[in-house]
Write a protein that binds this ligand. Structure first.
Ligand SMILES: C[S@@+](CC[C@H](N)C(=O)[O-])C[C@H]1O[C@@H](n2cnc3c(N)ncnc32)[C@H](O)[C@@H]1O
Length: 222
């Protein structure tokens, strides 16, 4: 690991807006489980997660748009979270935080009904490992255990395969599809969430659109 990366890892542990819940802790619950608002954000605002957040463009962009909501970007990669955390600090955003963990442990980090909405932004499509896809039923059942009734899940991806796979999971399990497009930027305004779906762009989204790839978007409830 380059020195710079090691320094960033050490620094990451000092950032007040970053939390870690790692593999060796998974037998216990995370210390803020059920207490994110009371002990960290110190308000009663709705909590929105960005899963596989990378550098957290959605968490930060949404936090700026919605000061009365709390945003938590979740990713396992410390270097990416370091960047997101720094960007949030530079913007002095108090309603955004980052959690370094695997999404597999999400139920250890949040209490039932603690989360009101989830964004999944450009997750690894996992072409050969269906069960590792963040929209596999195994993961959706985990989200069900932390999401409030009627909580919305948004998926943005460049992978048509992952988009279609998720549509199948929704249909097979009688979940509620609210909006789906295989080519987001060819659509006209579809109403609620249009602005954030089209105006916020992540690091990976920019890489994919530069290559001419179409971006898909899916909004659903469990
Ligand atoms: C393709 S990147 C997208 C990052 C960012 N959302 C973007 O669009 O720029 C996928 C991210 O998901 C994270 N990730 C993948 N599987 C994960 C898991 N099971 N738990 C936590 N993070 C995961 C990776 O570390 C990576 O940062």
């Amino acid at each position: 690991m380059p020195k710079n990366k090691l320094q960033r890892f050490a620094e990451l542990r000092t950032f007040a807006n970053v939390h870690e819940f790692l593999f060796n802790e998974r037998e216990n619950n995370f210390k803020l489980k059920g207490k994110w608002n009371k002990e960290y954000f110190k308000n009663n605002n709705p909590i929105v997660l960005e899963l596989g957040c990378g550098k957290g463009e959605y968490s930060i962009g949404l936090a700026e748009r919605y000061p009365n909501k709390n945003f938590i970007g979740v990713d396992i990669k410390g270097a990416r979270i370091w960047r997101g955390s720094k960007n949030a600090q530079e913007k002095n955003l108090k309603n955004v935080s980052f959690l370094r963990t695997q999404v597999e442990f999400i139920e250890g980090c949040f209490e039932k009904d603690e989360v009101s909405e989830i964004w999944i932004t450009f997750p690894d499509p996992q072409p050969n490992k269906e069960k590792k896809r963040l929209t596999h039923l195994i993961f959706l059942n985990r989200y069900k255990n932390i999401l409030q009734q009627g909580g919305i899940i948004h998926l943005k991806t460049d992978s048509l395969e992952l988009h279609e796979f998720t549509l199948e999971v929704i249909a097979e399990n009688k979940f509620t599809k609210i909006y789906s497009t295989a080519d987001l930027y060819s659509e006209s305004n579809f109403g609620e969430n249009w602005a954030e779906a089209t105006e916020l762009k992540t690091h990976y989204e920019k890489l994919f659109t530069d290559k001419g790839k179409k971006i898909t978007y899916l909004k659903f409830q469990l």
